[in-house]
Write a protein that binds this ligand. Sequence first.
Ligand SMILES: Cc1cc2nc3c(=O)[nH]c(=O)nc-3n(C[C@H](O)[C@H](O)[C@H](O)COP(=O)(O)O)c2cc1C
Length: 253
Amino acid sequence: MNSTIETLLAHRSIRKYEKRKIEATKLDLILRAACNGSTMGNMQLFSIIVTEDPEMMAKAAPFHFHQSMVTEAPLILTFCADFNRFNKYCQYREAETTAYSNLQSYHWAVTDALIAAQNACIAAESLGLGICWLGTITFNCDKFIDLFKLPEHVFPVASISIGYPAETPELTDKLPIEGLIHSEEYHDYSEMDINRIYHEKENHPNTKALYEENQTANLAKIFTEKRYKKADNEHFAEILTEMLKRQGFLKNK
Ligand SMILES: Cc1cc2nc3c(=O)[nH]c(=O)nc-3n(C[C@H](O)[C@H](O)[C@H](O)COP(=O)(O)O)c2cc1C
């Protein structure tokens, strides 16, 4: 065990924060850690938008569905897949500029942005701060593209709230790791495997509370019928497709 592994194993999402600004030195370390991750071809295909201004937070809040973290946290970092900067570099050096207007390029840039985001999270947690990812950035990508004035070839992929924790929640229950690891090749799951892997989660006190709240003892249905419904997913997928076209990563057919 070392302090890096200790930080990783102590991870839990923090949704309540102290009213305390993050020191500039800490923010600088978080951003340096974020910018020093592995990156496709060392092209660094991401940008980070730092939000600290309460007015900007207030503008973003409705697009984050008014989640408490957005109004409470002193800092939000938004990680964007970014081929704009590299395309401009190519343009000013008279290189090909249409090579990266496709889904493959988007995939590289998303990977770079997510590596940067997770590096920032680990750095923040190692400095005693709490973090929470905000999936709403993907639901409302169109709104954030406008809010942050993202040009073509830039796409928001992750938003993270960061602050001094005002809570210490229990570690969140996770599937047993043997359920996630495959030796040498993928071994597809039988019904018995699924029963075994999900047994603990289905009987966890947190899940029991969900059963009560949703008046059903079927966790899978709570996901498909309440939390992440097909109709909602298809609606947001349409927006995502439209925005990928508008930002130049998907062709208009
Ligand atoms: C892509 C992504 C989006 C998420 N979006 C939200 C969110 O919008 N609101 C929230 O409260 N938690 C959000 N989370 C946090 C997860 O709910 C959390 O990571 C998960 O329940 C596991 O708990 P833990 O982080 O405490 O281990 C998100 C996490 C990820 C990776």
